[in-house]
Design a protein around this ligand. Structure first.
Ligand code: FAD
Length: 394
């Protein structure tokens, strides 16, 4: 096979993170050659396609609030934000808010502290008493609760595949090349990535590479002899019909043992499995018992309208779970400064993709964070084993 022409940047993985990085790179530097390599352009097993597709401001670390402040504006005004006409009028944001509830005094104190930080960063989080929760959502049982925190604006859910499709289409218009192939190796010399080896097309020499391989990020790192504390964790999501509980304006409720949100006339719900741990990246067997045995009893106790419930659909997706601190891992790797990571999103990456793609593009093009300082989420902390924990992981 003839030697491949060199490209400026190879992006490994073309779902929402890879597509966002390619979009921002080609927007910031027209003429830059960017190749996005995606092993499965159907995205059948990509977290992006299997996401619950929601955005919130209620994070416990300020940097994640800042990332979502940018994300909500970008998502709300997607067409204008992209700046390129790609035929996607809107991502259909449903701004119903998130409601976190707690039954402990300690939990309520933490909620108040975190809500103050979120408001200082521009969020609208309100801490509610049980009566306040009942006044707003009379279908919820609040007798066991101490407090709740609610985001009356800038939180809700949207079209995940529209976000991905928009980034891809705009990046293509701006000159990015999307190829269907699998990355099988990295060529490293003198402490730098020299090229990316594709199963079909062979070696592509490059100036920089971006790891946007989702749950398979570790496989990419191992191609360079490096490791990363990121593993696939299975989440089974249920779509349920509850004829006695029709509340299309309901929030995304995060309760102690499950979460729930409306989806048209139905609801989406999920929980963390009892024995949560790494799964095989090819294991998409649903944990069906989780609905009857874990979710439903708690759901019925919280909202008696869920007395008659039918599971109408389910799916399995994987979180790319960062075992160190459940936060994103971003930027250049200290051992290979032209390998850039956007990994470990631990279940909250979709909403972060606008800000993270922009940040990674800034790192590649300028060597620093420009618009938003994402250094709290740097690769360095992970290599040093210094956790920067996000506690609001759903
Ligand atoms: C059930 C569930 C619910 C979620 N809910 C939310 C939510 O409400 N809000 C939110 O913000 N986030 C949510 N997330 C998380 C969010 O979906 C992810 O963080 C985000 O989609 C990650 O995008 P990604 O591009 O990094 O990874 P992925 O979407 O997994 O994409 C990685 C891509 O890399 C490709 N790839 C891997 N290895 C190679 C290789 N060697 N060569 C070429 N290509 C390769 C894969 O084929 C894949 O397409 C949820 C996730 C799940 C599973």
């Amino acid at each position: 096979m003839d030697a491949h022409a060199a490209v400026d940047v190879v992006v490994i993985g073309g779902a929402v993170m890879g597509a966002s990085a390619a979009y921002w790179l080609t927007r910031m530097q027209p003429g830059l050659s960017v190749m996005v390599v995606e092993a499965d352009p159907s995205f059948a097993r990509a977290s992006t396609a299997l996401s619950v597709a929601s955005i919130r401001q209620q994070f416990t670390t300020a940097v994640n609030v800042d990332i979502s402040r940018f994300g909500i504006g970008f998502i709300r005004n997607f067409r204008e934000s992209l700046g390129v006409e790609v035929g996607i009028a809107s991502l259909g944001l449903k701004e119903n808010g998130y409601l976190f509830v707690t039954g402990s005094v300690g939990g309520a104190a933490l909620m108040a502290e975190v809500a103050a930080m979120q408001r200082a960063h521009g969020a609208a989080t309100e801490v509610l008493t049980p009566d306040g929760i009942a006044a707003r959502f009379p279908w919820l049982e609040v007798g066991d609760l101490v407090a709740g925190s609610f985001g009356p604006r800038d939180e809700g859910w949207f079209d995940n595949m529209g976000l991905l499709g928009g980034f891809r289409a705009a990046a293509k218009v701006q000159g990015a090349l999307f190829v269907s192939d699998r990355v099988v190796g990295l060529k490293v010399a003198g402490g730098r990535i020299m090229g990316v080896e594709l199963a079909g097309q062979g070696l592509v020499p490059c100036g920089a590479a971006i790891n946007a391989a989702g749950t398979r990020a570790v496989e990419v790192m191992r191609m360079a002899g490096l490791d990363l504390p990121v593993e696939p964790r299975k989440r089974t999501v249920f779509v349920i019909d509850a004829p006695n509980a029709r509340h299309p304006d309901g929030p995304l409720l995060v309760d102690a043992g499950f979460y729930l949100r409306p989806e048209d006339r139905h609801w989406i719900t999920a929980t963390v499995p009892e024995a949560d741990g790494p799964c095989d990246a090819n294991d998409f067997e649903p944990d069906l018992h989780l609905f009857d045995e874990v979710i439903w009893p708690q759901l019925y106790a919280r909202a008696p309208g869920f007395d008659a419930v039918r599971v109408i659909r389910h799916w399995v997706g994987h979180y790319a779970y960062n075992t160190l601190d459940q936060n994103a891992i971003l930027g250049p790797h200290p051992a290979l400064p032209n390998l850039f990571l956007m990994n470990g999103f631990s279940g909250h990456g979709l909403q972060q993709s606008p800000a993270v793609g922009r940040g990674i593009a800034e790192q590649v093009l300028t060597g620093g964070w420009q618009t938003l300082d994402l250094s709290d989420l740097s690769v360095d902390r992970v290599v040093a084993g210094r956790p920067f924990r996000e506690r609001a992981v759903v």
